[in-house]
Design a protein. Structure first.
Length: 117
């Protein structure tokens, strides 16, 4: 399967999931369906011009992981990761750059498109 075909396939799955999405209340259902659509459109448009197969694959893995997590936990919003600041290294003497590198490596695949807070 080509990269384009794979991307369109996952995009189609996300759109189908948004149409069939059910939340606790009708109001929440509509909000969450809108969130899924807007998030998918935004991220797919943002990455539309990628040409590097590795980057495309990473984005595809993120999309698939987020979809699976959303379906499993019944929430479309990304699950937060609790990594204490400066808490990744047993030795704090290695410096801030080292800590930032560790934080970036510890970030799960489904949060790669989210900005670091």
């Amino acid at each position: 399967m080509t990269a384009r075909r794979s991307v369109l396939s996952i995009y189609r799955k996300i759109l189908q999931t948004s149409k069939s999405w059910k939340a606790v209340s009708e109001k929440d259902t509509q909000e969450e369906q809108k969130y899924i659509l807007n998030e998918a459109r935004e991220l797919f448009r943002k990455n539309m011009h990628l040409t590097d197969p590795k980057q495309i694959q990473t984005c595809m893995q993120e999309a698939e992981a987020r979809l699976e997590i959303a379906i499993h936990y019944k929430t479309p919003y990304p699950r937060p990761v609790n990594i204490p600041y400066l808490g990744l290294s047993p030795s704090m003497s290695k410096g801030k750059k080292f800590q930032e590198k560790l934080r970036k490596q510890a970030k799960p695949i489904y949060l790669h498109s989210q900005d670091e807070t």
